[in-house]
Design a protein around this ligand. Structure first.
Ligand SMILES: Cc1ncc(COP(=O)(O)O)c(C=O)c1O
Length: 399
């Protein structure tokens, strides 16, 4: 069937964080929100059909997982990335952020360090700090408009800290965001190999958040970190979910793939420590339907998204040349450089909300090196994206 991604669907009054939260988050009601990472598109019909069928049963008691669900995850990973995983490696959790935080808890003690490549999705900071750990920052290098990993600096994170009397490094884990939010990088196999070698040979575990893995633009390819080698497979936790790809964030279901038995056991113990609770049955039903029958929708959605990206780039280049788009290789989140406006972070925040009346994610949330940048979510009808860009353009012209 043909899906209509141009259709503007009113999400107000549906308890949408993006649309109903504007007053509490941005302080006013007339904000056009393009921040939090969900889409303004209706999901694939097979997903709604599967949910309806389950709802008709009418009983929603405690839920256990089922074989065909795990097979659907394993089949998809094999089909998309040629990575063979065993169903018993999969653990379902209510979200990727809670899984990342649980993984940090499982493999660290208070005062340990966890590597983060910044600018970085801000809940990663919480996952580290709220577990009593320290962010070991490995800032990405921004060269010729493209972000790159800094391998030399990464290796140095494992050396004794001279500044505090030769204290040995306490780096126990590294969070990898692949594809990377907010920069949109889809790490190459070569980059991942180098990253993995440095982290593994220093005895730290890789927590790989691959939630954006299915949203990749032409000319780029997602490689699951763990699929690169047996060594990486045995030293990593891979977090996947249909929530970004198929717009299911509100159904809170993700799959965490842990091939190593003892790592899996430790992770499970940590979920018990947190009394994490089971996953919503409708989320799991949606996951299976998305992975088995969602591709027709996904292919059309990706084509539409590419159109939005081209529209954004052209509009910004021709009409708002003060802003620079950092070309994304994946994700529907686009990182834009507003530094030429010469505003500090508070001024830029205030300008976008109170003058342009758009709700974006401010770059400084993602780390100090994100200051002066903004993240825009382009998974919306093109008319909404156009309206947001027109508001920004008008506000800049009137400045
Ligand atoms: C990199 C990344 N990880 C995790 C999440 C959220 O995952 P969940 O809603 O499953 O906790 C997001 C949402 O934007 C994200 O961008």
């Amino acid at each position: 069937m043909k899906y209509d991604f141009d259709r503007v669907i009113n999400r107000k009054g549906t308890a949408s964080l993006k649309w109903d939260g504007t007053k509490s988050i941005f302080g006013r009601d007339d904000i056009l929100p393009l921040w939090v990472a969900d889409m303004d598109f209706q999901v694939a019909k097979p997903i709604t059909d599967a949910i309806k069928k389950r709802v008709e049963h009418g009983i929603f008691g405690y839920t256990t997982e089922w074989e065909s669900l795990k097979e659907a995850v394993a089949d998809r990973v094999k089909r998309k990335y040629d990575w063979e995983i065993k169903p018993e490696w999969i653990i379902f959790t209510p979200g990727v952020v809670s899984a990342v935080s649980t993984a940090v808890k499982a493999f660290t003690h208070t005062g340990d360090e966890v590597i983060l490549q910044t600018p970085a999705y801000y809940p990663f900071y919480w996952a580290i700090q709220k577990n009593g750990c320290i962010v070991s920052d490995n800032p990405l290098k921004f060269e010729n408009g493209r972000y790159k990993m800094d391998f030399e600096n990464l290796a140095s994170k494992f050396l004794p800290h001279d500044d505090i009397k030769h204290t040995p490094s306490r780096v126990k884990a590294a969070i990898l965001c692949s594809p990377h939010n907010p920069t949109g990088r889809v790490w190459t196999k070569k980059e991942l190999e180098k990253f993995g070698e440095i982290v593994s040979e220093n005895g730290a575990i890789v927590i790989s958040d691959e939630i954006h893995c299915e949203i990749v633009y032409d000319g780029h390819k997602h490689t699951p970190f763990a699929s690169i080698s047996k060594e990486f497979e045995q030293n990593s936790i891979t977090c996947m979910s249909p929530s970004k790809t198929f717009n299911l964030a509100g159904l809170a279901a993700s799959s965490i793939i842990i091939p190593n038995d003892s790592i899996r056991k430790k992770f499970l113990e940590a979920t018990e420590d947190r009394i994490m609770g089971s996953v919503n049955v409708l989320g799991l039903v949606a996951m299976e339907a998305a992975y088995r029958y969602g591709d027709e929708w996904l292919n059309q959605m990706l084509t539409y998204l590419k159109g939005n990206l081209e529209f954004l780039k052209k509009y910004v280049k021709e009409r708002i040349p003060q802003i620079k788009v950092v070309e994304p290789e994946g994700t529907y989140l686009v990182w834009m450089n507003f530094r030429a406006l010469g505003m500090n972070k508070k001024e830029l925040h205030d300008f976008l909300i109170n003058k342009a009346r758009v709700g974006l994610d401010d770059g400084y949330f993602f780390g100090k090196n994100g200051e002066g940048f903004e993240r825009i979510n382009i998974a919306c009808p093109r008319s909404v994206l156009k309206e947001a860009l027109m508001r920004i353009k008008k506000a800049i012209n009137e400045k």
